[in-house]
Ligand binder design. Structure first.
Ligand SMILES: [Fe+2]
Ligand SMILES: [Fe+2]
Length: 319
């Protein structure tokens, strides 16, 4: 068992695993077409072509659904930054490169289908949406892993958690839309995110077998610094509060549906291949998870109080 390799050595060692998982992915990925998911018969021209421009009353979506859909779409729109991240983290040859390009092509569908849906159904203001896209993409995403390190171990650890987080968030967004067409779109997108997560989780698992201490170090750093993309998006604070408050992506889901299942899959707390440094990092990770568990309880108490206040206010207003 080696315990330190350069990023390039790791990529070379893991290339057969990347190839195997790329083939697995290709055999499981379902071809689908964004246009099949969009209710085009609900569309009409905007003023520039003789119709009418967007007005708030045209939207049938709740404020929560709008906030979640826009945040998810702007995250998908930042694909060039994420392409850059994984392209820098991985090599530009062989199976790694084939994966990066395939993944990018699949991700592009997510932005296409969400935008087409929102514009055709007039779910949100298309002008504000376009302005927000320009701001987000011009700013891009720097330091996506949150650790300042984008090399393969940090990269693959980050995208494992990120894909799973995105899956949870899309799926729950579909639910709050309370509308079968949006729900179908978001289920389709969430299924893609799940397959992406499996690729990265398998690669990160193979990295753990190859360089256990270094891989665990990267995983722990990524978890300590993890945040959902979106800082810098217009209305980010307001939207992220709505998203957490209404159970689209909150700290409980982050811990129970994203962090813990992945760590269990990697068997982190039952492995015996860590060296003394890895053992220390694992202890730190356990302490961190313990604290996160306490933060989750505090978050839920705080949210329950906020939701109760909202309900009381609504009752007063309707009395
Ligand atoms: Fe996506
Ligand atoms: Fe994805």
């Amino acid at each position: 068992m080696v315990n330190s390799l350069t990023p390039l050595q790791i990529l070379t060692e893991l290339e057969p695993v990347a190839e195997q998982n790329l083939n697995r992915h290709l055999s499981m990925a379902k071809e689908w077409h964004p246009h099949d998911y969009v209710p085009w018969d609900r569309g009409r021209n905007f003023a520039a072509m003789g119709g009418i421009d967007w007005e708030p009353a045209q939207s049938e979506l709740s404020e929560v659904a709008k906030a979640a859909l826009v945040t998810n779409l702007l995250t998908e729109d930042n694909l060039p930054s994420y392409h850059r991240l994984i392209s820098d983290s991985f090599t530009r040859d062989g199976a790694w490169r084939a994966w990066v390009d395939r993944w990018t092509a699949e991700e592009n569908r997510h932005g296409i289908v969400l935008r087409d849906y929102l514009v055709v159904t007039r779910g949100v203001d298309p002008v504000a949406l376009e302005q927000a896209r320009m701001i987000c993409m011009s700013q891009g995403v720097d330091n996506a892993t949150g650790t300042g390190d984008n090399s393969v171990l940090h990269g693959v650890a980050y995208v494992t958690f990120q894909e799973l987080a995105t899956r949870v968030s899309h799926r729950n967004t579909g639910r709050v839309c309370d509308e079968p067409i949006a729900d179908r779109i978001l289920q389709r997108v969430a299924a893609d995110e799940n397959l992406h997560m499996v690729f990265y989780r398998n690669l990160c698992g193979a990295a753990l077998n190859l360089v256990p201490d270094d891989a665990l170090d990267a995983i722990t750093q990524v978890l300590r610094n993890f945040r959902m993309p979106g800082a810098g998006m217009p209305d980010f604070r307001r939207n992220s509060v709505l998203i957490a408050k209404h159970g689209i992506y909150d700290l409980r889901q982050h811990l129970d549906e994203v962090v813990l299942p992945v760590l269990r899959k990697w068997n982190i707390f039952d492995r015996n291949d860590f060296g003394p440094r890895g053992e220390r990092i694992r202890d730190d990770l356990a302490t961190f998870l313990d604290k996160l568990g306490k933060d989750v309880i505090r978050f839920e108490e705080h949210r329950d109080r906020a939701l109760a206040r909202d309900a009381a206010r609504r009752e007063r207003e309707s009395a």
